[in-house]
Design a binder for this molecule. Structure first.
Ligand code: GCW
Length: 653
C-alpha cells in the first residue's frame, strides 16, 4: 500500500541520528494543506527510517537542537527578511533544500513545492545519505498530470477501470463517488512524492452524470482528499452533456444556450472546488461526441471549455487522439492510415486555441504500441502548448502480467529530436514549452490504479509510476538511476536484489518488443478482445486501423510520400543534404581530434617524461593529419558535386 513510501528502517540507523534534525518547525502550516502534511511526513519518515522520534512545532518557537524547517519561501522571508538575498529563483512548484549538519531548510515556491522538498529530503536519507547538500529543484514543465480511466459504474454496481488491472475504482461506486475516500488520499500521497500535481479521476470516455449536483458534491470530497498533498482535481467531460444531462436539444459548441450551460457547470464546480485544475476532453474519437458533429472545428470545441475556465484560472487538456474508427478501409484505400489522423485533424488550428488550452498528444501516432515513432503533431503546434500522453497502465504491454519497465522507452521518445526548422527540437523541450515558448505544457500519464493493495496489480509495475513522475519533473534523469532509487525505497539495500531487478527491468522492454511485435509492425495483441495476448490476424481487415498489411508476400504499412500513405511527410523535412552531412562530419571529427592533445597535456608530470612525450608526439601528429583527411575528402566531394558547404568552409577558394 505504501509502495516506495514505506519508510522502512535503514541499515545502521542509530549511527546516523546525530546528522538528523531533532525537531520539525513548520512555517505557515494549516491543517489539511501541504506544509502541514510535510511536517507530518518528516516526523513519520525520520521515525520510520531512523527510529528517531520528532515533534512538530508551528511558527516562531525555536526548539533546541537541530531543526528541520519547512514552509514557503514567502513565509520564511517574512520572518527572516535578510535571508531573501541568499535564496535561489524558484518556479511554480519548485523547492530549495539545504542540509547542514542535521539542520534542514526546506522551502517551496508554494506549499506544494515545500511538500515536494520534504519528500525529496526523505528519499535522500532513505537511501542512506545523511551528508550535507544544497539543492534547487524546479520542474521541467508545469503540467504533470495523471489520467485515471475510472468508470462511474459498470453493470450497475462497482466502478470498473478501463484498461485497469488492479481492481475496482478507488473513486467511484454504483454511479456515485465512494463514501470512503481513504485510498484517494493515499494515492495522492504517492503522487505528491513524485511531483504529480493533478489527477483526472474519471474516464475520458466520460459519463455525463458526473455533473449532477450530487456527484459534484462527491467530486469536491475527492478534491478534499487530494488537497493535503497539493494534488488538484481535474474532470473529464462528455461533450454531449448539455443534451444528455442538461435537457437541451443541442450540444453545438457555438450555440448560446450550450455556452451558458457549460458556464453554469464550471461555476458550480469552482464554487465547490476553488482549486480545481481544469478539464480533460476526448472528442470525436471512437464514438465519443464532439464539435465535428456540428461541423465545428476542434478548436471551437476546446475553446468552449477554455473560456468557461478562464475566470477561474483553470486549464483544459484537449486530446489529439481524434480518429474515426468506422470509416477507415484497408482493402479499398491504399492511402488510408490511422497514423495520419492527428495532424490531419489539427492542421490549420494552431493559432485558433485559447491560451489555457493544451493539446494532449499520445506519444505515437497510433495507440500506445511497444514501438512507435514520436507523433509528428509535436512538430506542428507552435503557438498552442502540448502535453505528451504516456501510459503507465500496460494496456498493450502485457497488462501488468508481464514485466515491462517503460522508462527506457519514454526516454527515447522524450530525447527524440524532431529538427523543426532544422533546429534542435527534442520532444521534452517541446512539451516543456522551451522550444516554441508556450506558457503551458507537460505530461499526462494514464495510470489506472485500483483497489488492489499493490495499486497497479503488480509490485514491479510500480517502478513505471515512479519513473513517470520523476521524468515529468526532470526528463534528464536516467532510466537506471530512477530504477535504483525506486528499488532501494521499495525493497531495501540487498545488492543481489538490486542487480536482478535492474537486469530484468532493463531487459524487459526489448524482450517484450521482440516477442510481441518488432520493427514497429504493432504490438500484435488481440485487437478486439481486450488487447491482451497474441492475435496477429486480428490486426488487419477491420476499420480500427492498427494494420500490419500482412499477406502472402509483404508485411507492413507503406508510409512513404511517393507511394504510400504519406505519413512520413508529416515530419519536418530533413534539411541537411547528404553532402552537408559529409562536410560537417569531417569538420566535427577533426575538431575532436585536436582536443586529444590538450587533454593529454593535462597529464604532464603525472606520467614519466619518456612515455608522455612519445604519446604527445603522436597525438599532435594525429591532430594535424585529421585536418589533412578533412580537407582532402571534403574537397574531393566538392569537386565532384560542385555543391558548396552552407557554412562556407569547403568550395572554390
Ligand atoms: O487505447 C485505446 C483504448 C481505449 C481508450 C482509448 C483512448 C479510454 O483501448 O480503452 O479509451 O484508447 O485513449 O481514448
Amino acid at each position: 500500500l505504501h509502495a516506495w513510501l514505506r519508510y522502512a528502517r535503514v541499515p545502521s540507523a542509530s549511527r546516523h541520528q546525530g546528522r538528523l534534525p531533532s525537531a520539525v518547525v513548520t512555517l505557515n502550516a494549516t491543517e489539511g494543506l501541504p506544509v502541514y502534511t510535510a511536517g507530518k511526513e518528516l516526523v513519520d519518515g525520520i521515525g520510520g527510517l531512523f527510529g528517531k522520534k520528532l515533534k512538530v512545532t508551528v511558527g516562531a518557537s525555536k526548539p533546541k537542537g537541530t531543526i528541520a524547517t519547512v514552509g514557503t519561501v514567502r513565509a520564511f522571508v517574512d520572518k527572516n527578511p535578510s535571508a531573501a538575498a541568499g535564496l535561489p529563483e524558484l518556479v511554480e512548484d519548485g523547492f530549495y533544500l539545504k542540509v547542514s549538519k542535521g539542520d534542514v531548510l526546506i522551502l517551496g515556491q508554494n506549499e506544494r513545492g515545500a511538500l515536494y522538498g520534504a519528500f525529496h529530503y526523505l528519499s535522500v536519507i532513505a537511501q542512506g545519505n545523511v551528508s550535507d547538500f544544497t539543492l534547487t529543484s524546479n520542474p521541467d514543465a508545469p503540467v504533470r498530470w495523471v489520467n485515471q480511466w475510472d468508470n462511474m459504474q459498470d453493470g450497475g454496481t462497482h466502478g470498473s477501470v478501463e484498461r485497469g488491472y488492479g481492481g475496482d475504482s478507488i473513486f467511484f461506486w454504483d454511479g456515485y463517488i465512494r463514501d470512503d475516500l481513504t485510498r484517494a488520499g493515499q494515492y495522492a500521497r504517492l503522487l505528491a512524492s513524485i511531483g504529480i500535481n493533478a489527477v483526472v479521476a474519471n474516464n475520458v470516455n466520460a459519463n455525463a452524470s458526473i455533473l449532477t449536483p450530487e456527484n459534484m458534491d462527491g467530486l469536491a470530497r475527492i478534491a478534499d482528499a487530494f488537497r493535503p498533498y497539493g494534488v488538484q482535481l481535474g474532470i473529464a467531460l462528455n461533450f454531449a452533456a448539455p443534451q444528455l444531462l442538461g435537457g437541451l436539444d443541442t450540444f453545438d459548441p457555438l450555440d448560446k444556450t450550450v455556452v451558458n450551460w457549460w458556464q453554469g457547470i464550471t461555476d458550480n464546480l469552482y464554487k465547490r472546488i476553488p482549486d480545481m485544475a481544469g478539464y480533460l476532453v476526448k472528442a470525436n474519437s471512437e464514438g465519443q461526441p464532439g464539435p465535428m458533429t456540428y461541423n465545428r472545428t476542434l478548436a471551437d470545441g476546446a475553446n468552449l471549455f477554455a473560456r468557461t475556465l478562464q475566470p477561474h484560472d483553470g486549464i483544459i487538456l484537449f486530446r489529439a487522439f481524434v480518429y474515426d474508427h468506422r470509416s477507415l478501409n484497408q482493402t479499398l484505400d491504399w492511402k488510408a492510415d490511422r497514423a495520419n489522423a492527428a495532424v490531419h485533424y489539427f492542421d490549420g488550428l494552431d493559432d485558433k486555441f485559447e491560451d489555457n488550452v493544451l493539446i494532449q498528444i499520445k506519444y505515437g501516432p497510433i495507440d500506445f504500441q511497444v514501438r512507435e515513432p514520436v507523433s509528428p503533431l509535436f512538430a506542428h503546434l507552435r503557438k498552442t502548448g502540448s502535453a505528451i500522453e504516456l501510459q503507465i497502465t500496460q494496456e498493450y504491454l502485457g497488462q501488468q502480467a508481464h514485466l515491462v519497465y517503460l522508462a527506457p522507452m519514454w526516454k527515447e521518445l522524450l530525447d527524440f529530436d524532431l529538427r523543426v526548422d532544422s533546429k534542435p527540437s527534442t520532444v521534452k523541450d517541446i512539451v516543456a514549452g522551451k522550444r516554441f515558448g508556450q506558457k503551458l505544457g507537460g505530461y499526462a500519464g494514464v495510470v489506472n490504479v485500483g483497489t488492489n493493495t499493490t495499486w497497479l496489480g503488480s509490485h514491479l509495475a510500480m517502478s513505471n509510476l515512479y519513473a513517470y513522475g520523476k521524468l515529468a519533473w526532470d526528463p534528464s534523469l536516467t532510466s537506471t538511476g530512477i530504477l535504483k532509487e525506486w528499488t532501494t525505497l521499495t525493497f531495501g539495500y540487498d545488492k543481489l536484489v538490486h542487480d536482478v531487478i535492474t537486469k530484468i527491468s532493463m531487459e524487459s522492454w526489448p524482450a517484450y518488443e521482440n516477442y510481441s511485435g518488432n520493427l514497429g509492425i504493432q504490438t500484435l495483441t488481440d485487437i478486439l478482445l481486450g488487447h491482451y495476448g497474441p492475435n496477429p490476424g486480428s490486426q488487419d481487415g477491420n476499420p480500427w486501423g492498427q494494420w500490419t498489411r500482412a499477406d502472402d508476400d509483404t508485411i507492413g504499412m507503406d508510409r512513404t510520400v511517393w507511394n504510400g500513405t504519406g505519413f512520413a511527410g508529416q515530419y519536418p523535412p530533413r534539411s541537411r543534404p547528404l553532402i552537408q552531412h559529409f562536410y560537417d562530419a569531417h569538420y566535427e571529427g577533426s575538431a575532436m581530434a585536436q582536443t586529444f592533445v590538450t587533454q593529454w597535456q593535462k597529464l604532464k608530470g603525472r606520467i614519466d617524461k619518456e612515455r608522455y612525450e612519445h604519446v604527445l608526439f603522436r597525438l599532435i601528429y594525429q591532430a594535424g593529419h585529421s585536418l589533412v583527411w578533412r580537407d582532402s575528402v571534403n574537397q574531393f566531394y566538392f569537386n565532384k558535386s560542385s555543391i558548396a558547404d552552407t557554412r562556407g568552409r569547403v568550395g572554390n577558394h
